[in-house]
Design a protein around this ligand. Structure first.
Ligand code: PLP
Length: 389
């Protein structure tokens, strides 16, 4: 059996997206900046994709900037708000301890340049306290950046409420919606969002392409300098096949969002129920307020990496911690932030499913995980002690 259960790392490109990309590569290869008709045809296709993407999040097409992915969109959003804040002596930024490294590392860089960053603690359920956000805002706060849904534990943040607070206080609000886009409903106006990041490969689109949504009032700073593409805010000949593939994938994801989510929630709950039968285990993150496809478990007395490799040998692709941290021995910063002790945080397993998974696959994953955890515990030097607790 071959089961893909790592959709938070990346997703399988949909047939519709591939088809749209191939057609674009074959037929619309002109440069959108060229004035002859082949170029103008490419420009039309580009602008149609911009409108399609805008529609899926309730934005205006003039507020959509195509980027190379979620990381670039996060970088540009945060750097832009910081540079703009500086013009008004605002040097304070608020975020959380559970953000993606694309956000955290950008904030680190700004700290070295003299910005003050407040990283909010996150309670054990993995959901940011609205009051904490409110209390952290100061006169000199230039930006609040809080992710829509977490890539490791799947928890969904109270984005609308946070956006409302920022709106009332006149603070720019950015959200990294890379895990949320195409999976749960997003309307930037209803949710009071000023800037938002998305990435195609997290919703069955191609890799290396994403979106920065920025309201018209936002003054963007370039991260890539050069030509006048993307209204002068992001240079470089547009990745038209990627952009068209992304628009096709997002449209498809938004069209089938409700039924996909309902299906995933049934599978997810079946998976959680199955894994909960393993002793000395616990679910990470709120059981309800989480992405439809996300399951993240801790099994005491084992190493997540060993579990991952043994599951791979049984045909299951899963993750322990995030893709960026596997390969390093540090436990996930997200699990530490929600208060999991160091030694326990090592034993985590993230399974992120899509609507393409089946009940049989879920049952297979549960069975194999039970067996592998039992085996790893049988050779674990610490398990005997933990068992007695
Ligand atoms: C994957 C991911 C990113 C990075 O997106 P890329 O397109 O891979 O650069 C950023 N934030 C979150 C929450 C993600 O899951």
């Amino acid at each position: 059996m071959n089961i893909y259960a790592d959709n938070a790392a990346t997703t399988k490109t949909s047939d519709k997206a591939i088809e749209a990309m191939v057609q674009t590569m074959k037929n619309v290869y002109g440069n959108p900046s060229s004035l002859y008709s082949l170029g103008q045809r490419a420009k039309e296709v580009l602008e149609q994709a911009r409108m399609d993407v805008a529609k899926c999040i309730g934005a205006d097409f003039k507020e959509i900037y195509f980027t190379s992915g979620g990381s670039e969109a996060d970088n540009q959003a945060i750097i832009s708000a910081a540079k703009f804040g500086l013009l008004n002596q605002k040097k304070h930024i608020i975020s959380t301890k559970i953000e993606h490294h694309a956000v955290l590392h950008t904030l680190k860089k700004l700290e070295k340049e003299g910005f003050e960053v407040t990283l909010l603690d996150v309670p054990q359920n993995g959901i940011v306290n609205i009051e904490d956000v409110k209390n952290a805002i100061r006169e000199d706060t230039a930006l609040v950046t809080i992710m829509f849904a977490n890539n490791e534990i799947g928890t969904i943040q109270p984005i609308k409420e946070i956006g409302q607070i920022c709106k009332e206080k006149g603070v720019t609000f950015h959200t990294d919606a890379v895990q949320a886009a195409g999976h749960i409903p997003i309307d930037v106006n209803e949710l009071n969002i000023d800037m938002l990041s998305m990435s195609a490969h997290k919703f069955h689109g191609p890799k290396g392409v994403g979106v920065l949504f920025a309201r018209k009032k936002i003054v963007l700073t370039n991260v890539i300098e050069g030509g006048a593409q993307e209204r002068g805010k992001r240079a470089g000949t547009e990745n038209l096949p990627g952009i068209v593939g992304m628009a096709a994938a997002l449209e498809e994801a938004c069209l089938h969002m409700k039924e996909n989510a309902e299906r995933e929630i049934v599978l997810r709950n079946r998976l959680i129920d199955g894994l909960s039968q393993i002793s000395h285990s616990m679910l990470n993150g709120d059981r309800e307020k989480r992405l439809p496809g996300n399951v993240n478990y801790i099994f005491e007395g084992i190493e997540g990496e060993s579990l991952l490799l043994l599951l791979d040998a049984r045909g299951i692709s899963a993750s322990s911690g995030s893709a960026c941290t596997s390969g390093s021995l540090d436990p996930s910063h997200v699990l530490l932030a929600i208060g999991r002790p160091h030694e326990i945080a090592h034993g985590s397993l993230r399974l992120t499913i899509s609507a393409e998974n089946t009940e049989e696959e879920i049952d297979y994953i549960v069975q194999q995980t039970k067996e592998v955890v039992a085996y790893l515990r049988s050779i674990s030097p610490v398990w005997e002690k933990i068992k007695m607790k």
